[in-house]
Design a protein around this ligand. Structure first.
Ligand code: AP5
Ligand code: MG
Ligand code: ZN
Length: 224
């Protein structure tokens, strides 16, 4: 089983690119943010514990995240592999993932680090909306839906995330610098870090990622 990690600041395009990559490479897209938001919506015990952290733009405790990931890996253990979007986010989570990968016989192929300037992030996130049913991601400026407020794919209502106000976005960027940035060094030490410029059209960014994966020997759709 292969594991690809998409790193990058809030709004760097992790969700947008991870969805496209998962489709292209035939891997399962696993966004910890999406899973947690679903838990919050369903008011599960995990959702109730996570809600206060997410609303403030703080990270949910590592132990809760690692338990959640372990459950997903075990549940989908027959899959070809996963693309992690927004996980790991701390060195403790990265070490936990190493242990889990050993346990299930998986290998980490690479950590793709999407690089985007803070001010672009603020512009992107305050103009984002997403489909409440299929999770498609839109942007009022760069990627608007055909009919304002409704998903192109299934016509469901688009919603805005509670943590996309400018104040919370700036705190998320601060938390990212403090707690997630050290992962660049963690993966670069193991020659797994692939830095990719996240500016430009979505298709251009995807092409850059695929070229970088090719160069690092991990863009092989037939790999298992
Ligand atoms: P999470 O859901 O992971 O949010 P995030 O990291 O803040 O990232 P976003 O989802 O906001 O942005 P993205 O990089 O996916 O960008 P997107 O593709 O949407 O986490 C949310 C919260 O959950 C955390 O704050 C934390 O509380 C908790 N959490 C989650 N995982 C956790 C973990 N492992 N540990 C602890 N806590 C955890 O794009 C953004 C916008 O830009 C969209 O509108 C999109 O259309 C647009 N866009 C994308 N690409 C382009 C482009 N190339 N050009 C122009 N616009 C673009
Ligand atoms: Mg996302
Ligand atoms: Zn939809």
């Amino acid at each position: 089983m292969r594991l690809l990690i998409v790193l990058g600041a809030p709004g760097s395009g992790k969700g947008t690119q991870a969805k496209l990559l998962a489709e292209y490479l035939g891997l399962v897209h696993l966004s910890t943010g999406d899973i947690l938001r679903d838990e919050v919506r369903r008011e599960t015990e995990l959702g109730n514990q996570a809600n206060q952290f997410m609303t403030a733009g703080e990270l949910v405790p590592d132990a809760l995240i690692l338990d959640m990931i372990k459950a997903k890996l075990v549940l989908d253990s027959m899959t070809k592999g996963f693309i992690f979007d927004g996980f790991p986010r701390t060195v403790i989570q990265a070490k936990g993932l190493d242990r889990l990968a050993d346990e299930v016989g998986a290998r980490i192929d690479c950590a793709i680090d999407l690089v985007v300037d803070d001010e672009i992030v603020v512009k992107r996130l305050t103009a984002r909306s997403g489909c409440s049913v299929c999770g498609a991601i839109y942007n009022d400026v760069w990627n608007p839906p055909r009919r304002a407020g409704f998903c192109d794919k299934d016509d469901s209502a688009l919603i805005r995330r509670a943590d996309d106000s400018e104040l919370v976005v700036r705190n998320r960027l601060h938390v990212y610098r403090q707690q997630t940035k050290p992962l660049e060094e963690y993966y670069s030490h193991r020659a797994l870090l692939v830095k990719v410029d996240g500016y430009g059209m979505t298709g251009q960014v995807l092409a850059r990622i695929l070229i970088s994966l090719e160069a690092s020997g991990t863009n092989d759709r037939t790999q298992v």
